[in-house]
Design a protein around this ligand. Structure first.
Ligand code: ADP
Ligand code: MG
Length: 494
């Protein structure tokens, strides 16, 4: 009686177990199944008489059962949570996790298999999602690691937790050199530390912070930076980490500065030309009055003074006219007499020419005109001749030349202007940076904009600018060559 009750309980347990259960013969024939398994399989009990487990597995599953599952079970006596797909009558597949025990008779011989089956659809779903989100996270990490922006993970105290490739390139420090160090110390120069330290307080309050500041490369070179700091909060108000995305904005800053500077120069130019214009009228009166004085004066001493005044006024008037000419904006291209271009450029520097012991020569050109935006070419010449003067503080020779040539690149006929000086010449390093905005070796005496602007203007006039220079003692000097295609001239003069 007592035993019967116990048996009854076991029966009950089998039937109502929270998982699918089956008793199999060793060859896989199903001896008994419980309700849960029947439900999983979507089959009525009758369809399972003398039925083999293989019939509810996929073909690959059946092969796997015979070649791996069953032999392993015989060897080890039990198997846990092996993934299978069960196939329903409808053909639909149900993912399950199967565990099995080998049952032995009293002699210890295996005589059956006990199988328990858990449905794993949900679990598979989770696993899939987990896998996908892990893939996403890995892809994301890859993007972060390799972006050109510096992306830095930080502990709440501001010390570095992670450091991507972009940060390595931007600051020159390897990953291992910076982990655990304070960010401000690594990327900012000493005097900039306070820029960022105060920011930590804002981050602790959960605020996003953006700051432009000046950072420092490992080599000491400074870099314009835009910092974007984002706090990561947990629980109410606890800063657990924050991240910094750092962007190198040096080139943007440089362009902004250049634009500002050239805008300033342009307005100075406009101002100068309006002044020149205003000066012209009184100047004409003075010229006329001096002329009258000259004719009236009988005393040779007075006449001498008047003539000297006339000379000086003539100079002022010449400067005023040239200033005007330089700043009159040309709106269309015209044929420019190159010899006149050279002459008028030298007039601009007349005072310096006299004082600096510089001998200018203009090579008689064959008179071919240059089709260009006149004002722009005047500006280019003024820049180049000005630089030549700067390079010849102790005197020297300046040679301006124009020649018709065949352009080596296109084989077209062209016009080449050369500006050659016997000044100091340029070192290889200067030559390398020559055309960069703000590159100057003249300290506060230079803006470093002359050649940068000149290059732009020459290119705008469809020309090219080239330079040769020597610092070899005895042969120091510099030659700038401007080449313009001549067919442009032909088109324009038609
Ligand atoms: P800036 O004249 O204001 O310095 P530029 O762009 O005109 O700026 O010239 C840049 C630099 O190139 C100069 O500072 C100088 O070092 C060098 N340079 C230009 N022209 C000459 C030249 N003819 N001889 C020697 N150095 C020159
Ligand atoms: Mg200059």
């Amino acid at each position: 009686m007592k035993e019967d009750e116990a048996l009854g309980t076991e029966e009950d347990f089998f039937e109502n177990a929270p998982c699918g259960c089956a008793l199999l013969h060793l060859d896989g024939t199903v001896q008994r199944t419980n309700a849960v398994l029947l439900k999983l399989l979507g089959r009525p009990r009758e369809t399972l008489s003398a039925f083999k487990i293989h019939h509810v597995l996929s073909r690959a599953g059946a092969i796997y059962y015979d070649t791996q599952f069953e032999p392993a079970l015989r060897l080890r006596g039990s198997l846990k949570e092996v993934a299978f797909d069960l196939v329903r009558l409808t053909g639909e597949r149900v993912p399950v996790l199967a565990s099995a025990n080998l049952h032995r008779n009293v002699d210890g011989e295996p005589d059956g298999i006990r199988l328990t089956v858990f449905e794993a659809s949900e679990r598979r779903l989770y696993e899939n999602e987990l896998l996908q989100s892990r893939n996403r996270a890995e892809r994301m990490a890859d993007v972060v690691q390799n972006t050109t922006d510096a992306v830095v993970g930080l502990n709440p105290d501001g010390t570095i937790q992670s450091w991507n490739n972009g940060a390595e390139t931007m600051f020159g420090f390897g990953h291992t050199e910076v982990i655990g160090r304070e960010l401000v110390e690594v990327i900012l120069s000493e005097q900039r530390h306070d820029d960022i330290r105060g920011v930590l307080e804002l981050l602790r309050r959960g605020e996003n912070v953006t700051r432009d500041t000046i950072g420092q490369h490992k080599s000491g070179r400074s870099i314009d930076l835009s910092l974007n700091l984002t706090p990561h909060m947990e629980a109410p108000g606890t800063l657990v980490a924050f991240s910094a995305i750092v962007r190198d904005i040096s080139s943007r800053k440089l362009t902004e500065k250049a634009l500002l500077q050239s805008e300033k120069l342009a307005s100075v130019g406009r101002l100068a030309s309006s002044i020149a214009h205003e000066i012209n009228n009184p100047l004409e009166s003075i010229t006329n009055l001096l002329y009258i004085l000259d004719t009236l004066a009988t005393d040779p001493e007075v006449k001498g003074y008047v003539n000297a005044a006339q000379d000086e006024v003539a100079r002022v008037s010449q400067i005023a006219t040239h200033t005007l000419r330089f700043h009159r904006q040309s709106t269309k291209q015209t044929s420019l007499n190159v010899e006149d271009l050279f002459q008028s450029t030298l007039v601009l520097y007349r005072a310096r020419l006299l004082n600096a012991n510089i001998v200018p020569t203009i090579d008689r050109s064959d008179g071919a005109p240059l089709f260009c935006f006149e004002g722009e070419l005047r500006q280019v010449m003024a820049n180049l001749v000005g630089n030549a003067f700067d390079a010849m503080r102790t005197g020297g020779r300046l040679r301006l030349r124009s020649r018709q040539v065949t352009l080596w690149k296109s084989g077209e006929p062209g016009l080449r202007l050369t500006i050659a000086d016997t000044g100091t010449g340029m070192t290889a390093e200067t030559l390398e940076h020559l055309f960069e905005p703000f590159f100057s070796t003249k300290g506060i005496g230079g803006t470093g904009l002359g050649l940068w602007i000149s290059q732009g203007l020459v290119e705008k006039n469809r020309g090219a600018i080239r330079v040769r220079s020597s610092v070899r003692p005895g042969t120091t000097g510099t030659v700038f060559c401007l080449s313009f295609a001549q067919h442009v001239v032909a088109k324009g003069s038609r």
